[in-house]
Design a protein around this ligand. Structure first.
Ligand SMILES: NC(=O)c1ccc[n+]([C@@H]2O[C@H](COP(=O)([O-])OP(=O)(O)OC[C@H]3O[C@@H](n4cnc5c(N)ncnc54)[C@H](OP(=O)(O)O)[C@@H]3O)[C@@H](O)[C@H]2O)c1
Length: 253
């Protein structure tokens, strides 16, 4: 099956991280225009260079960058405005940036929970809301949330993070009901444990114990999440709507 995204404009938040960069790369290879969001301009430039390595110079026109912290005032409006000003439309939004950390419940004070929910839920909600207005005009839209197995099952030590991911998927389900008729779909991808920088920081003991729980006996590669995201972003996935697709090597609790 040939999956193409030619002519599509995609904004990927947290595109400079492990999963975000893999999704951006796969979208770009599939013909999409990609807008790389992250907090650091240097990382955006590095990913841009990587995408263009060995390719056609005119492909540079298919890459945009927005160095912006999602927590910044009005980021949800400014980001969408910049995409529309430069590319005139937005077809695909990947809500991937997140605060990825954990605390036991008694250490989750209100400030911690507020900030985590701001990055992982409230800002993606408003960013998506702004994007939907343009998608509706064009009668095409793909909202893809990167959630987590912890949002499906809950887990010890990550209650706030897990709750933020569950909330984000409930939002996708609600979008599917309100916007399905406009050829707009909203789905979530719930990875298990993916081999990114976040995992590199974990102890060998954690990694060994975690692997024992995974029937496939390995962590996911970022490219495996990107393959699914590319399919969901395409015309081919038009009838998949409001779903949360687990990609976790069989990791059940
Ligand atoms: N890795 C896993 O095992 C795993 C499992 C399940 C779900 N996930 C989910 O997958 C997504 C990506 O995770 P990852 O492992 O690829 O993480 P990562 O490598 O740490 O990358 C995180 C990305 O998010 C960006 N970011 C963080 N806070 C931001 C903010 N306030 N504003 C704008 N950008 C921000 C970072 O930007 P900078 O580069 O500028 O720092 C970076 O591009 C997250 O939603 C995470 O919850 C990951």
């Amino acid at each position: 099956m040939d999956i193409r995204l030619d002519g599509r404009v995609a904004l990927i938040t947290g595109a400079t991280g492990g999963i975000g960069a893999a999704i951006t790369t796969e979208f770009f290879k599939s013909g999409a225009t990609v807008i790389i969001n992250g907090r650091t301009q240097e990382k955006i430039d590095a990913l841009t260079d990587k995408l263009l390595t060995g390719g056609d110079k005119k492909d540079a026109a298919r890459i945009g960058g927005i160095a912006m912290d999602l927590t910044a005032l009005d980021s949800e409006t400014n980001m969408i405005q910049r995409v529309i000003e430069k590319f005139n439309k937005l077809d695909i939004l990947v809500n991937n940036a997140a605060q990825i950390d954990g605390r036991v419940i008694m250490r989750c004070d209100p400030d911690y929970v507020s900030r985590l929910m701001l990055i992982n839920y409230r800002k993606p909600y408003q960013l998506t809301r702004n994007a939907l207005a343009y998608m509706r005009k064009n009668r095409y839209g793909r909202i893809i949330n990167i959630t987590s197995v912890s949002g499906q099952c809950g887990d010890g030590g990550v209650s706030a993070y897990a709750s933020s991911k569950a909330a984000l998927h409930a939002f996708a389900q609600s979008i599917s009901v309100e916007y399905g008729r406009y050829n707009i779909t909203a789905n979530s991808i719930a990875p298990g444990i993916v081999d990114t920088e976040a995992l590199k920081a974990m102890s060998d003991e954690y990694k060994q114990n975690a692997k024992k729980l995974i029937p496939n006996n390995r962590f996911a590669k970022p490219s495996e999440i990107a393959d699914l995201a590319t399919f969901l972003a395409s015309e081919r996935a038009a009838y998949i709507n409001g779903q949360q697709i687990a990609i976790n090597g069989g990791l059940y609790r």
